[in-house]
Design a protein around this ligand. Structure first.
Ligand code: GCV
Length: 681
């Protein structure tokens, strides 16, 4: 027999319709209504731990849980759980069992998620253990309140007001992260101001760390390698100068005195004009290890970025590998090499970065980009889980078949002191946090995949839609279709067949395949990447070209290196292909290119139609906001298609197939477009 309380709970969970009040997106996926006093009186939430994180778990359930009694229990012996938990039906209620308080918090959010999705919890028994130890967001926020590559307004961090004035959004931000398992954040831009390490700024950082702590979130900082010289009055910042390492040791001591659970440093060194150890003839390992030494006594970490390239004659795609592989084995245990998913720079599609797996004796972590620097900013609807999964599921063959990037970085194939995964945040002070309502899904998806990279993009989309919009089946299905099409759409209308980096200079919004700047770096010019000429186009990275293919393990070097086996999706990444080359589809390369661009435009038109059909199922505020962004996206898709096809046609010297949508622009007019978008470096 079911007790009355239980019956009531099941009724609530199973039958309550979701009422769609107008929404501004500020609640993200946490659109839970607080329980009433009467509801609260009907059930009990108890915790065996009284630490701040456990109390937060209890408070969340006290406030939002409508089900039966929940017991939060710590079992210190369950070491294998790490930050994970077990949720178990006890017959009359539920128990969340964890080894650490963070586990209780994640378990509590899991329960709330199941409630939001309307799941039946009778008999539930599930165990969740996170795939990565550190699940970290990188903010590229500057101390002046701007955000490099940020498209959702200014920075959340009000440096001028901190530590005195505390915005309520700090806690809301931490809560959102905790609800999807994110447990660490880097507050400031990798193009870092040395000022962040000044004592007054450290007090501001401490204020944020204090707010984040009960949500289980640790703070990290990006540092400027020249800090000892710039703010410390040391003669230089040479990592082998004892005065420099002493300065860092003292600085680290000061940080931990202020923030005892500080996470560590993220470092962009000798990249795009940033200072680094090479300024003194030292290596990346010398630089990273000097910082690692300072952090070691406190269990702190160095996340050292592998995003390095110089304007030499060497293919940019090869340079990180060339720089880091010879240093393998030379990095201290508490250094993790942070590697962008692809070898160039967060393009709509790239092959995976060949450094993954190539470093055998150094810890590696992935860096994704959630903010859509190269994907239409916060104007385009692009669901990024398929892109993230594409990288994580890529088989590098480094340790034989099945050596996926997920397994190389999560500790399965290469045991590490700490495993980690990171992404550049898309969060700003916009009411809806991310500029585009659907960009929230990318923040959500990163968190969920960092917790469990085996989740499918579809599963994550379903969860997010149910929590964010409604769990009405037909709506979930329709929105999921929109999301699942969106990534291929953007690849098609921007850069199909492995094209890359043909963006407008600097701001990276629109197309500029003709782009050229007198005196500018070749590796920042679109022609460097597309190499269009009267014969064909694409970057020859085979053995007869830059030989970047040789950085991939067999059999990938051969698969990518052979024009007949190279996947269409990466063809122009690895090959200079003649316009008349026969593709797998039977079309010539030129024709295929035209059809892909056109397909991208048509896909966006379908997204628009699918969204408009939902007019009465989505609240009017968010419906209208997304609808108007889709209009921009549709116009931009046509702009991309026309710009690229009209420009490449001047080389291909063939007509655009007559059965596809005709250009509506003149190439000369498109070349005149100069968007005045500020890029904050
Ligand atoms: C933070 C790209 C971006 C830069 C960014 C850099 C990086 O080049 O355009 O804005 O700088 O990547 O990841 O360091």
């Amino acid at each position: 027999m079911l007790s009355n309380k239980l019956q009531l709970f099941l009724c609530c969970i199973l039958l309550s319709p979701l009422v769609l009040a107008a929404a501004d997106g500020s609640q993200l996926w946490l659109r839970y209504d607080k329980v009433t006093a009467a509801e609260a009186g009907r059930r009990q939430i108890r915790s065996t731990s009284s630490g701040p994180v456990a109390l937060m778990a209890k408070a969340e359930l006290d406030d939002y849980w409508r089900g039966p009694a929940v017991e939060l229990v710590i079992d210190k012996k369950k070491r294998e759980y790490g930050e994970g938990y077990q949720i178990k039906w006890t017959g009359s209620g539920l128990q969340i069992l964890a080894q650490q308080d963070r586990g209780l918090l994640y378990g509590a959010y899991h329960l709330l998620r199941l409630q939001g999705e309307g799941k039946d919890l009778r008999g539930v028994d599930l165990t969740e253990i996170p795939a990565y130890d550190i699940r970290i967001l990188n903010h590229w926020d500057n101390l002046d309140g701007t955000i490099e590559r940020g498209y959702a307004g200014r920075s959340l961090w009000k440096w001028l007001e901190l530590p005195t004035q505390i915005s309520p959004r700090y806690a809301a931000y931490a809560r959102a992260n905790a609800s999807i398992g994110i447990n660490a954040v880097v507050l400031n831009n990798v193009n870092a101001s040395p000022d962040i390490l000044r004592p007054d700024y450290l007090l501001k950082v401490k204020a944020l760390a204090d707010i984040f702590r009960p949500y289980g979130i640790q703070v990290y900082l990006s540092i400027n390698f020249s800090s000892p010289k710039i703010i410390g009055g040391v003669k230089d910042s040479d990592p082998l100068n004892p005065d420099v390492s002493t300065w860092w040791k003292n600085k680290v001591k000061e940080i931990y005195r202020t923030i005892p659970d500080f996470g560590g440093f993220l470092v962009k060194a000798n990249s795009e004009g940033q200072p680094g150890p090479q300024d003194y003839g030292r290596t990346h390992a010398d630089g990273a290890n000097m910082l690692a030494d300072a952090l070691k006594p406190y269990d702190g970490l160095v996340m050292w970025r592998a995003f390095v390239y110089n304007p030499t004659t060497e293919d940019r795609a090869k340079q990180a590998y060339q720089e880091f592989v010879p240093l393998d084995g030379k990095f201290s245990e508490n250094v993790i090499i942070q590697i962008k998913n692809g070898p160039i720079d967060f393009q709509p599609r790239e092959p995976f970065n060949p450094l993954f797996g190539a470093l055998r004796k150094s810890s590696e972590m992935v860096e994704f980009q959630i903010t859509q620097e190269y994907l239409g900013f916060s104007n385009h609807l692009v669901y990024l889980a398929p892109l993230f999964k594409e990288t994580l599921d890529s088989d590098t063959y480094s340790d034989g078949k099945g050596s996926t990037i997920a397994k190389l970085t999560d500790g399965t194939l290469r045991p590490a002191k700490k495993t980690a995964i990171s992404a550049v945040a898309n969060i700003g002070e916009d009411t809806n946090w991310t500029g585009h309502h659907f960009a929230q899904a990318n923040w959500y998806a990163f968190g969920r995949l960092a917790w469990d990279h085996q989740l499918s993009s579809e599963q994550i989309a379903e969860e997010w839609i149910s929590l964010t919009f409604s769990r009405e089946e037909q709506l979930v299905h329709a929105v999921k279709e929109i999301m699942m099409t969106s990534r291929e759409a953007v690849v098609n209308y921007m850069m199909p067949l492995g094209l890359h980096h043909i963006f407008a200079f600097d701001h990276h919004y629109g197309p500029e395949p003709w782009g050229d700047r007198k005196g500018g770096r070749a590796d920042w010019m679109p022609w460097y990447y597309h190499n269009a000429d009267t014969v064909g186009m694409g970057f020859d990275r085979t053995a007869s070209g830059s030989d970047a293919v040789s950085q991939y393990f067999p059999p990938l070097d051969e698969i990518y290196g052979d024009i007949t086996s190279c996947p269409d999706s990466l063809l122009l990444w690895f090959h200079h292909v003649s316009w008349t080359h026969r593709m797998k589809s039977g079309r010539t390369m030129w024709e295929e290119l035209c059809y892909r661009y056109d397909a991208g435009v048509q896909q966006v038109r379908e997204l628009q139609k699918a969204w408009d059909r939902l007019e009465h199922q989505v609240d009017s505020q968010r419906f209208a906001a997304v609808q108007s962004k889709l209009k921009i996206q549709a116009k931009d898709a046509v702009w991309w298609k026309d710009a690229c096809l009209l420009y490449f046609k001047t080389f291909a010297r063939q007509p655009i197939p007559y059965d596809i949508e005709r250009p509506v622009h003149e190439l000369e007019d498109l070349k005149k477009i100069k968007l005045n978008l500020i890029h904050h470096n």
